[in-house]
Design a protein around this ligand. Structure first.
Ligand code: ADP
Ligand code: MG
Length: 361
């Protein structure tokens, strides 16, 4: 069965609550059937507003949202075939787990026999087969969220929306639930639109991630592309770590540019600069700068070690380099880390490809 390309489509969607400020600006987003797309961004960037419009609890100020090619503005929430899980979207406390899951099916006037089958199936999907007769209060936080996931899936919705569903759980549980939701998604192939401000969560779970800032999608890409090829300083800063240098483009040629800093110069990858004289921020990932590189690299600098922190599998080294005393290196731990001693001057190299000249911060 071929997947429908634009199963969920935001077309030029704006949203203003007060008629003045746009909190979502010109949102264009095509989600493929069966895809797991995450809206990732800082608090207040407009993620929840987008989900609420898709769910039908808010209306776009401009533009239209389509579900399977049908405009949905005039369809009420309960007729959109959308399941939902929210951080505080509590279970009905006075109903058993079974009754909680049966509720959306009863609303849809399903027979008792079908209801029992579907509830059974949904509960075993979240590994809670034996819990049908428990009350929500008799479950742990993680179990309650699994029931909430099962309740969102039980009526075979076309799309499931999840807004920070793991936000209230502690770190270990959150991580295991990330894998659990990812596996459920893989096994049933439902379309998921997920919201989080946690980049690790987004990278772990998603087919594609839409990075939001200030009501606008900054970049929509697969997790590896977002990390490897951020299109601007905001994305480079928000996903993963980066070292930054502010400077000015002094030369530009095929595929590389020179960036003049207050102290020194970097050969960089001209991602968002076009001409000499432009201001830029150069971004370098901590694992892409190497100590005493054996191979020839485009950039070679001396750095002084200011701090060394042992992290088990890697060591985190803070250097003073090219006038930046916050330059971080991540070095995989091996017996070769002999030069990493506080106060040492060491050679650091990186390739121009890994030094992205982006918009100035
Ligand atoms: P996020 O989910 O990314 O944290 P939201 O979509 O909740 O962001 O909020 C985006 C902006 O819209 C914020 O400035 C927020 O204060 C505002 N906002 C959200 N909901 C409402 C509302 N019901 N009425 C007025 N303003 C709102
Ligand atoms: Mg939100």
């Amino acid at each position: 069965m071929s997947k429908k390309a634009d199963f969920v489509k935001f077309d030029k969607v704006d949203k203003s609550y007060d008629g003045k400020v746009l909190v979502v600006k010109d949102l264009n987003l095509d989600i493929e059937e069966g895809e797991f797309v995450t809206m990732l961004g800082p608090s207040g960037s407009g993620k929840t507003t987008c989900l609420m419009m898709l769910a039908g609890f808010e209306t776009p100020t401009n533009g239209e949202i389509f579900l399977d090619n049908n405009p949905i503005s005039n369809i009420p929430p309960h007729k959109r075939g959308i399941g939902m899980v929210f951080q505080n979207y509590a279970l009905f406390p006075h109903m058993t787990v079974f009754e909680n899951l049966a509720f959306p099916l009863k609303v849809r006037k399903m027979s008792q026999e079908d209801i029992e089958k579907k509830v059974d199936k949904a509960l075993s999907m979240v590994s809670l087969g034996g819990f049908a007769n428990r009350m929500p209060g008799q479950l742990s936080g993680g179990q309650q969220q699994r029931v909430a996931v099962a309740r969102a899936l039980v009526f075979d919705p076309a799309v499931v929306l999840m807004d920070e569903p793991l936000g209230a759980l502690d770190k270990n549980l959150r991580e295991s639930m990330q894998y659990e939701i990812k596996h459920i998604h893989e096994s049933i192939g439902v379309t998921v639109v997920y919201v989080t401000h946690d980049q690790g969560e987004a990278l772990t779970m998603s087919n594609r991630i839409a990075v939001f800032n200030d009501g606008k999608v900054q970049q929509l890409s697969s997790p590896d592309k977002l990390y490897e090829e951020p299109v601007n300083s905001f994305v480079a800063e928000f996903i993963g770590e980066n070292n930054t240098f502010g400077g000015e483009v002094s030369e530009i040629s095929n595929g590389t540019c020179k960036v003049k800093l207050e102290k020194g110069e970097i050969i960089a990858n001209p991602i968002s600069v076009k001409s000499v004289g432009e201001k830029t921020t150069v971004s370098i990932r901590p694992e892409r700068a190497l100590i005493n590189p054996k191979d020839k690299m485009d950039n070679n600098q001396k750095g002084k070690i200011e701090e060394v922190i042992y992290h088990g599998d890697h060591t985190r080294v803070r250097l003073n380099l090219l006038g930046n005393s916050e330059f971080i290196l991540k070095v995989p731990n091996s017996s070769q880390n002999l030069d990493i001693k506080l106060g040492n001057e060491i050679n650091i190299g990186w390739n121009s490809h890994d030094a992205r000249a982006l918009d100035p911060k």
